[in-house]
Design a protein around this ligand. Structure first.
Ligand code: GN1
Ligand code: MG
Length: 344
């Protein structure tokens, strides 16, 4: 983006502000994000991908409602929401400005066990602090976002319409996924039976910020997917991204594995902050498997559709990601079930 455009956008929030410098952030597979440097302060300037998030106004409503409850509950982490509670339109793009959380970092793979523990506590605290939100008032901004049946239908459609070459490259993985469809349908059944809660729906490792020096969790970010759902989505996505020691971008497929100890630490710290029902608790580990398989399906679907959804930096990127997630899924299926009953 040109500095001139950033300046124009920034002035919609601070009419006398001066943007001195811009830096693109490459994290995130959907939206476009920049750090804006002014003389004394930094901000995050971000445009929403409105193809992915057509109901962004309802999304903002969700964010503000949840924020109010977190504030009242004294949620002890930053929850960066759009400055002035507003989005602005510029040449049919939608932009917002966020506060910049100083001295913090995000990771794409786990650097230490402290980080896992901190993140587990942060999500647990989020669930406890958002328990007062009247969930039925939240909008469903992305229908069927984590619905297994829906993701499988999209996948089948992509297999049917994909070019011959891509289909050939993906053949083995297509067959592997076909053999595990039941897992995703079982996930749907479970979700239908569990309590509805405020769900972040994108708790991947890079959506938690940590203090540079102390490793303490400082913020939960990326709130566009806040919606009603079940705890399985969030804990599943945390297991998916925290236990994957090499990270979801690793191309060393044969080395990809899930670390059982990390899962244990994660679940223990999460459960130290929030009380779940017995039914919820027994399904947390399964959620990790299901969400990982679903992510493999989603990446592979996008590969078969010629990479139209997730940002990619090379042609085979989504195929590689899908293979990475498949390897992780296999490892999760075969690793030892962490003993959850210690905390009960
Ligand atoms: C997308 O844009 P980002 O990186 O926050 C995706 C998530 C996936 C994730 C995989 C709206 O999140 O569902 O888990 O990529 N978000 C959407 O890295 O589809
Ligand atoms: Mg996101």
């Amino acid at each position: 983006m040109e500095l001139k455009k950033a300046q124009y956008l920034f002035e919609q929030f601070f009419p006398h502000g001066k943007v001195e410098h811009l830096q693109a952030i490459t994290e995130g597979l959907i939206n476009q994000t920049f750090v804006v440097f002014t003389t004394h302060q930094k901000f995050i300037l971000q445009s929403i991908n409105t193809t992915v998030f057509p109901l962004f106004k309802e999304g903002l409503f969700n964010i503000l409602l949840v924020k109010k409850h977190l504030f009242e509950a004294k949620f002890p982490y930053a929850f960066p929401t759009p400055i002035q509670d507003k989005y602005i339109e510029c040449k049919s793009e939608i932009w917002r400005l966020f506060p910049y959380i100083e001295d913090s970092v995000c990771y794409n793979k786990v650097p230490s066990q402290t980080i896992v523990q901190e993140a587990g506590k942060c999500l647990g605290s989020f669930y406890r602090s958002s328990a007062t939100v009247p969930v039925e008032q939240l909008h469903i901004t992305l229908p069927d976002f984590h619905a297994g049946a829906f993701r499988l239908a999209q996948f089948e459609q992509a297999v049917n319409t994909s070019g011959k070459e891509r289909k050939q490259l993906a053949q083995e993985l297509i067959e592997n996924i076909d053999s595990q469809k039941e897992i995703l349908l079982q996930f749907d059944q479970l979700n239908a039976s569990l309590p509805q809660r405020v769900v972040h729906f994108d708790t991947k490792i890079s959506n938690f910020l940590f203090d540079k020096k102390t490793d303490k969790a400082t913020a939960l970010i990326d709130l566009d997917t806040l919606m009603p759902g079940t705890v399985l989505s969030d804990i599943g996505d945390m297991i998916r991204t925290y236990s994957n020691v090499l990270g979801e971008e690793s191309q060393e497929i044969s080395q990809v594995r899930a670390d059982a100890k990390i899962i244990k630490v994660l679940l223990r710290s999460f459960l130290s902050e929030v009380t779940l029902t017995k039914e919820e608790k027994t399904q947390l580990y399964f959620a990790g498997q299901a969400i990982t398989l679903m992510q493999s399906v989603r990446f592979l679907t996008d590969f078969l559709n010629d990479n139209v959804y997730f940002k990619t930096s090379y042609e085979m990127h989504n195929l590689m990601r899908a293979q990475n997630q498949w390897a992780l899924y296999k490892s999760l299926k075969h690793s030892v079930l962490p003993n959850l009953h210690e905390n009960e």
